[in-house]
Write a protein that binds this ligand. Sequence first.
Ligand SMILES: Nc1ncnc2c1ncn2[C@@H]1O[C@H](COP(=O)(O)OP(=O)(O)OP(=O)(O)O)[C@@H](O)[C@H]1O
Ligand SMILES: [Mg+2]
Length: 379
Amino acid sequence: MTSTAHPHTAEEAAVPEAAADGLVLRGVSKVLGGKTIVDDLDLRVAKGELVCLLGPSGCGKTTTLRMVAGFLGPDAGAVTIEGRDVTGLPPERRPTAMVFQNYALWPHMSVFDNVAFPLRLRKLPKAQIRTQVEEVLELVGLTHHVRSRPARISGGEQQRVALARALVQRPQVLLLDEPLSNLDAKLRVRVREDIREIQQRLGITTVVVTHDQDEALSMSDRVAVMNSGRIEQYAAPAELYRTPATTFVGGFVGATNTLRGRLEGDAAEPVVVLSGSAGEVRLPMGSTNLHPAVSSAADDTLTVRPEDVVVTGLVGNADASAVVDRIIPRGHFTEVVLVVAGATLRAYVDADAAAVAQPRGQVRIGLRRVLVYRDGRLL
Ligand SMILES: Nc1ncnc2c1ncn2[C@@H]1O[C@H](COP(=O)(O)OP(=O)(O)OP(=O)(O)O)[C@@H](O)[C@H]1O
Ligand SMILES: [Mg+2]
């Protein structure tokens, strides 16, 4: 499932073996227009879990979600929901409900009628429809807009109507495709917190598609990072950020410095030797993923998060290891762009560290945590 060779995958850590499966995709593939869009994809979502499919535009996220909902049939593989194989079922016979990116609300219907629509399709008794719709409107905080038309309510409220229309069907799996992309930045944060809160309260198995890493990290139990129709890594947000399994994941999730160099020294005093166009620089280093028995090679890739670059003032001139190129205020931290051995290194530092950095001046640096990749994979 996860493609990392790391011994402690988040999957093992986060989900006990006995946890019931909410949704399982096994070897799912889809070819569209002669191109493999989803490529032998495996994904296991525990019951009640919220998982984000995160990846760049065109990597196959929506296609994957549509195969779970049944709008698209896979060319190979199977989709199972709470132990039941639904691969051959049409959307209306699957225990899924989907919230589309543009909400797809009916403009001529009231909020109540929009939410009631899927239940009327199923010809449920009128009284039951009323009870279920009122319950779910209460849940999403829209009781005061029962009679409003979608055009008369805000974007965030329209989003909640779309969510209510999905939840009223009491699906076993809730699917959301870029649910926040039509909202402004402030509202996006609030609505994603609302969605997470409601999802946890109901304990509903949920898959959210997004290309926004912030969204994925902040609302998920686990994140599946997709690239070209495959999952590169499937892990809890903290693990994904701290130990990206591939250089692609490291570059896509959070900012990172990608450098050339090698590790030297012993366990007591590890040193990283960075090489750039202006030669080599030896820097003190904190921790690394590299096992002591494995040595790094000259053409390995090293990555360092900007917050793991420690900037300090000079004690003597011999300590100088970097030149300050630019200082960029970023609000609650300062970004210092450094040049080390001719290579660019970005550091995120606090006000104290920023005070020792002057444009064109020299500083000392150390690297708190360095990850070593070979052929794009974590060693
Ligand atoms: N019906 C189709 N015929 C041919 N190609 C298609 C079809 N539907 C999707 N594709 C292609 O499949 C690829 C993946 O599409 P998909 O919509 O799954 O991407 P996505 O990850 O959701 O991207 P985005 O973040 O832009 O929404 C795209 O290159 C798209 O052009
Ligand atoms: Mg999409």
